[in-house]
Ligand binder design. Sequence first.
Ligand SMILES: NC(=O)c1ccc[n+]([C@@H]2O[C@H](COP(=O)([O-])OP(=O)(O)OC[C@H]3O[C@@H](n4cnc5c(N)ncnc54)[C@H](OP(=O)(O)O)[C@@H]3O)[C@@H](O)[C@H]2O)c1
Length: 279
Amino acid sequence: MPHTIPDLRAGDVAMPVIGLGTWQLEGGAAQAMVEKALELGYRHIDTAQAYRNEQDVGAALAATGVPRDQVFLTTKVWVDQFAQGDLQRSVEASLKRLKVPRVDLLLLHWPKPKPALSETLAALNDVHGRGLTRAIGLSNFPSALMAKAQTASEAPIATNQVEYHPYLSQRTLIAKARAMGSTLTAWSPLAQGKVATDPVLIAIGQAHGKTPGQVTLRWQIQQGVATIPRTRNPARLAENFDIFDFALSDDEMARIFALARPDGRLGEWLDPAFEWDVD
Ligand SMILES: NC(=O)c1ccc[n+]([C@@H]2O[C@H](COP(=O)([O-])OP(=O)(O)OC[C@H]3O[C@@H](n4cnc5c(N)ncnc54)[C@H](OP(=O)(O)O)[C@@H]3O)[C@@H](O)[C@H]2O)c1
């Protein structure tokens, strides 16, 4: 029996707290995992123009019996499509590949110095105004740039999707996003599988009959952060979704926060002109 997934209020839309990440899933594997996820009760799918699997995600959505309006679909605009006109055309092409009239959330995949943020935000607001997406957001934006983007945007910035797992603190960004009425979505939420061998997460999991992966995902959603783990393993797909029947104590949450370390970042591709938040 699938769980009912709690939603997170993100800007003016409701976003299910857990979704399936699809980076590195392509072709039949991507389609099969998305279909299986929807069967298990997942109602949030994360893709991107850069993942080259929008057509496979679209095929899964077309094949599933789950009504389109019950699935929260996110895609991301790649950085070479940030100019006025390019962005709109790239989103129209994404929708064609996804075989849907609109997505639920459209993100700018990474910040970029040119064209100006105001130009890209105007284009993003244009596709929002035309109903091609229900909400807009960002990915990999440090907090100062996130605030600048919100100032340049008519529509609320629903989320900022950034790397977040037990080894990387995002305290500053979470607080600032919250203060702006926005949210954080965690990418590489399982630290690309590294959490599985962590003694602290294993010990906390044993106390609840849960795996380190489940403890990590629970730690994220319990903070009000959305999470989008990826797997190509059907058993783990079910495992990652089975996080709604236990709760971590304040002490357990604190023990996981204490795992953050200065060199914990896995992905480093920010333009040198921008600076990550320092916690
Ligand atoms: N916006 C961005 O710039 C950005 C960047 C990176 C990622 N993302 C998004 O975030 C999603 C997730 O991030 P990610 O794919 O980098 O990494 P992740 O979800 O942290 O980790 C995926 C890895 O962990 C393994 N795994 C999955 N479930 C597990 C579990 N319960 N226990 C132990 N290991 C487990 C998977 O292996 P198996 O397949 O063998 O299970 C896979 O190797 C992506 O798919 C993408 O949608 C966004």
